[in-house]
Every structure is written in C-alpha cells, then in structure tokens.
Design a protein around this ligand. Structure first.
Ligand code: UDX
Ligand code: ADP
Length: 487
C-alpha cells in the first residue's frame, strides 16, 4: 500500500528545534502546508515580523523563512485551529530538567509535553499522527499514547511516532538540509508502520532513503539520549586529558590531533574547552542517569554522571586558574569575558560555560565586561540573575557591563577570558587591545581559539600556553621548560 500522503503539518512549539525543522520541511515540501504554533505571543510576532527579525539566530534560517512564509509556512498562536486542521503534529515543546519533586535535577519535566498532548486529545475531531520531536526520556511515547487513547473521541485514532532531532545549533539549517540520518521510531504494529511510512515519505522529498532509519519507538527515544551522551563523553574525556596536559607540559591540541588521526576515533568532538554547554548535553545525560537509576543500574548511572561532573570540574578549574594567575585575587579587578552564548553562531545561552565563569568572578567581587556578537542584553541579565540568586539585579549591574565590541570590553581590564569560539575573536585588533589593557595583560583562552604565539609576541601572557614559560608551577616545571625560553 502506498504511504498516506500528508498535506497539512502542525508543529507545537516555535523554539530552536521546532522552528528551523518545520521551516525546512516547508521549503523542501511546497505541497505541504506547515503551521508552527506557540503559546508565546512575542515569539510568534517575531517569527512573523515584516523585517524578518526572527526570535532565534541561526545562519541560513532567515533565507528559508523568506522563501516560504505566507506561501506554505505559517506562524500562529491559535493552537486549537492548528490541531483541528493538521494530519500530522510535531510536539516540539520544551522539556527542561525538573527543578523540584521526584527526580529533581535529573529527570526531564514533561509537563509541557503532557499539556500539549492533552490539548491534542481534547481538540482533535479526526485521526492524527502525533510525533514526539522534543528530546524525551525513554517511554514518554507510552505516556502520550495513554493520554491520547483515554481522551480520544469515536472514529479518532492517534498513532505516535518518535522522531528525535539531531541538529546542532549554529549549523541547524545545514544539518537539516543534509542530515547524517533521520530516525523514526514507531510501534511495530501495522498501523504504527503505516504512520512511520507517512512521515518517512515527507522526509524523502529531500533526504536519500538510505539515510531514513526506521526503528522501534523505545530504540528511537533512547538513541537520542545515547548520541548526545557519547558526544559529550568525548568532550569530557578530552577535558580530563587537558588537566593532565597542563600538569605535564603536553599540549592538549596536539594530543587531540594525534588521537583523532586514528580513523577509529576520528577528529570531531575532541576540542578541549572550558566545558560544554547547550540545552541538550547536560540535560540528556542527567536523563540517562535518572533512567539508569530507575532501572536499578547504579554503576551505569555513576558512569554517565561522571561525564557531567567532569564538565563541572573543567569550568571550576578554569575560573580557579584565572584567580590563581591574577596573583590569587581578583577582588576589584576588571575582567573582559568574550562570548556569552554556549557555542559560536547561536544566540542561545542555555547552560553556557560563560555563565558559570562570570558567576564565579562576581562571587570573587571582580568587575566583568561582557561582549557577545549575538546574545541580547536582556538575556544576559536574566541568566546572571538566575545564576546568582544571592545578588539583586541592581548589584549585579554594578559589577557587570555589557559592551558592544571586544575592544570596548577589554578597555582597562587585567585579563580577557575567551568563553565562546566566535570566529571574530580571532580577528580582534589584538595590538590595540593590548595597548588599552593593564599590564601584565592576560588572555585566558577557554576555547583554544587564538594564536597563542602571536599574542605572546605582542606582549600578552596567554593561558594555556604560558605554562611553557614557567608561569604555572607544577612538579614537572623543570622537565617542561628544558630547552624552552623563559619569560
Ligand atoms: C548537540 C548535538 O551535537 C546535536 O546532535 C543534538 O541534536 C543537540 O545537542 P548542540 O548542543 O546544539 O548540539 O551543539 P554542539 O555543537 O554539540 O556543542 C555542544 C557544546 O559542546 C558546546 O558548548 C560546544 O562549544 C562544546 N564542544 C563541542 C566542545 O567543547 N568541544 C567539541 O569538540 C565540540
Ligand atoms: P527547544 O530548544 O527544544 O526547541 P524551546 O524552549 O526553544 O525548546 O522551545 C519550546 C517552545 O514550546 C517554547 O517557545 C514554548 O513557548 C512552546 N510551548 C510549550 N508548551 C506549549 C504548548 N502547550 N503549546 C504551544 N507552545 C508551547
């Protein structure tokens, strides 16, 4: 039997996942009407703004929206109308980590998924395929199915699919245009497989069939957590090695390069950093920890938990290095933090390492100048208020200044901290920056981004490299500095 031809798709949730994903579906499938709804009026207004001032920054996204908006792509707050009209509904709402109650700090808060599911059940008068797009713990589809079946009307059936999104922010559009794979999970019943074929048929408009993988529902849900856990594990491993490098005089970039040359390991996700951030890695690993504990697998839980703990250690280690290097105190000193987003090419700040660093600097009573090319000012104040519950926003604002350029942020500071790998930080007018800073002028490169040799020639003391010049005291100092110039 030929798969059901979908002509109307609804996406509930106009965020980082739902927005770009469904905009690309609209672009690639002009015969399908795609409506994206959200409860947040301001977000929808931004998606609909006449000058395409979209609510999220993602390279290439504006171009996609310009081509489809008003043609077969619509943004609205009318969730009920959207549900009534759609044949297939993506549930792409937020699933933050629970802040209280059972599983607090680990389990995903499924409240938004549940509310959206209940709304679908209450409003739908015809059969629908309901697709979980948000990253959810294993077996969430089962709960969605129970809610939908218990509340459905006669002649109205719901098929549930899991279709996790593997896009990374900053490269979302490229990832969606040419995904490594599309994963669709369904019940292995005839109806389940038919629903799966209908969704596969949508993707086959641009994705080669051999890249569309169809699996069972639970495998699909677990694969998303597994993929993120494996990627994050690589970063925590390389960051753990970076601590050893620092204590021995090895260079982590060289080590990662050598290791990555082994084709069985591969070069990606081996970049040592100040620690990973983003809305997925920490949340998904903690989810996996919670799942392992619920399944009475404490060793498995401890193993994955350590990946997150290593990330916390890396952030702590970095801020401690800043304090130690600035002669054991940063009280009253001025530090420029370049980058506030959790990675380059996004305005998203969720779990950004930058927030943790700035919180630490503020608690040491330092003054911080922040510059990020894409993060909006109100978001920075919101994040810092959340990160520093013991400080009023007023007192935070006394210690923090938001700047319009890297040069402005560096003015009269003792140190620069690079927290996000924005390309433009490589091209900063470093000689000019040096002239405007207090001396000695330190650069702490949390992303191994800048050319340490070049900056050292200008006069900067660059971490991690200044280790080689004997500034960091370790038991290996003598070994490490043999044959190398001293400061
Ligand atoms: C991640 C997954 O890559 C994606 O497949 C999934 O769908 C969602 O989660 P994302 O969080 O958007 O995507 O960004 P990613 O590029 O994976 O980076 C995550 C964090 O790790 C960032 O803070 C990044 O700077 C850091 N990172 C990444 C490193 O520190 N080193 C690396 O080698 C790679
Ligand atoms: P993600 O990164 O997973 O896309 P976001 O937080 O960026 O997460 O986006 C999720 C969006 O879902 C938010 O804009 C939120 O307002 C929206 N949302 C949550 N619950 C509902 C709901 N029941 N109906 C419509 N939109 C919802």
């Amino acid at each position: 039997m030929a798969p059901l031809k979908i002509t109307k798709i609804l996406c509930i949730g106009a965020g980082y996942v739902g927005g770009p994903t469904c905009a690309v579906i609209a672009l690639k499938c002009p015969h399908i009407t795609v409506t994206i709804v959200d409860l947040n009026q301001a977000r929808i207004d931004a998606w609909n703004s006449p000058d395409f001032n979209l609510p999220i920054y993602e390279p290439g996204l504006e171009d996609v929206v310009r081509q489809c908006r008003g043609r077969n792509l619509f943004f609205s707050t009318d969730v009920d109308k959207g549900i009534r009209e759609a044949e297939l509904i993506f549930v792409s709402v937020n699933t933050p980590t629970k802040k209280s109650g059972v599983g607090a700090g680990f389990a995903a808060d499924l409240n938004y998924v549940e509310l959206a599911t209940r709304q679908i059940a209450a409003v739908a008068t015809t059969s629908k395929i309901v697709v979980e797009k948000s990253t959810v713990p294993c077996r969430t589809a089962e709960s969605m199915r129970t809610i939908l079946e218990a509340n459905s009307k006669p002649n109205c059936r719901f098929d549930i699919l899991s279709n996790p999104e593997f896009l990374a922010e900053g490269t979302a559009i490229a990832d969606l245009f040419q995904p490594d794979r599309v994963l669709i999970g369904s019940l292995q019943t005839r109806e389940g497989k038919d629903a799966c074929a209908a969704l596969a048929n949508v993707y086959s408009n641009w994705v080669p069939e051999n890249k569309i993988l169809t699996v069972g529902l639970w495998s699909s849900e677990l694969s998303k957590l597994a993929a993120n856990a494996m990627l994050a594990q690589r970063i925590s491993s390389v960051n753990a090695l970076s601590a050893i490098c620092e204590a021995t005089g090895a260079n982590i970039d060289e080590v990662a390069h050598a290791v990555g040359y082994d084709s069985r390991v591969g070069p990606k996700f081996l970049k040592a950093s100040v620690g990973f951030g983003g809305s997925c890695f920490q949340k998904d690993i903690l989810n996996l920890v919670y799942l392992s504990e619920s399944l009475h697998l404490p060793e498995v839980a401890a193993y994955w938990r350590q990946v997150v703990e290593m990330n916390e250690y890396q952030k702590r280690r970095f801020s401690k290095r800043v304090v130690d290097t600035l002669f054991n105190t940063i009280t009253g000193k001025h530090i420029a933090v370049l980058g506030f987003a959790f990675k380059a090419d996004t305005g998203d700040t969720r779990e950004s390492a930058s927030i943790t660093l700035i919180r630490d600097f503020l608690s040491e009573r330092a003054f911080v100048n922040i510059y990020d090319p894409k993060v909006i000012e109100s978001q920075i104040w919101l994040d810092l208020s959340e990160a520093c519950p013991n400080m009023s926003l007023e007192s935070i604002k006394k210690q923090v200044k938001i700047c319009n350029s890297a040069v402005e942020a560096a003015l009269n500071t003792e140190a620069i901290v690079i927290a996000t790998e924005w390309k433009e930080f490589k091209a900063v007018a470093w000689t000019e920056v040096y002239e405007h800073m207090k001396k000695p002028a330190f650069v702490f490169d949390g992303r191994l981004l800048v050319d340490a040799d070049e900056l050292t020639k200008i006069g900067f003391k660059v971490y991690p490299s200044f280790f080689f010049f004997g500034s960091v005291h370790s038991q290996f100092d003598k070994v490490a500095t043999i044959g190398r110039p001293t400061a």
